[in-house]
Design a protein around this ligand. Sequence first.
Ligand code: FES
Length: 152
Amino acid sequence: MEGHPHPSDLLSIGEIAGRTGVAKSALHYYEQLGLIVATRTVGNQRRYHRHMVRRISLIVVAKRLGIPLADVQQAFGELPMDRQPTARDWRRVSKVWRATLAQRRHQIERLERELNGCIGCGCLSMSACKLLNPDDELSQQGPGPRRLEVDG
Ligand code: FES
């Protein structure tokens, strides 16, 4: 019967937590963020459609990859909430996340190059050290010391 799930298709929060390894408090949070949805019983207990396990699995994968939940929200915005994400859905999301990881890798490589410039230097100069003051951002806040002020 389409539109009316069989009771066995609905899982309690304990069952979902047990299947995914995700804490109940985290499931509540994901629900608040709109990443997953639950229906309520007459007694106001949460019940999750079985296909929510797949969405939660994607969140777990994202977490392992260090993908921020804001990015997960964005990706999930294009996934239907009323059915299990398909392999095609997952391919699309994983491509976006791969691009995010590549961007992060480039940032880390740039920081590593800048750190290499600092090794053996030790100047910690606001004007010369790119790690301390990338792109001389602090000079745009005005003349004189901007960040390293000593109390007292
Ligand atoms: S410490 Fe000298 S350039 Fe960073």
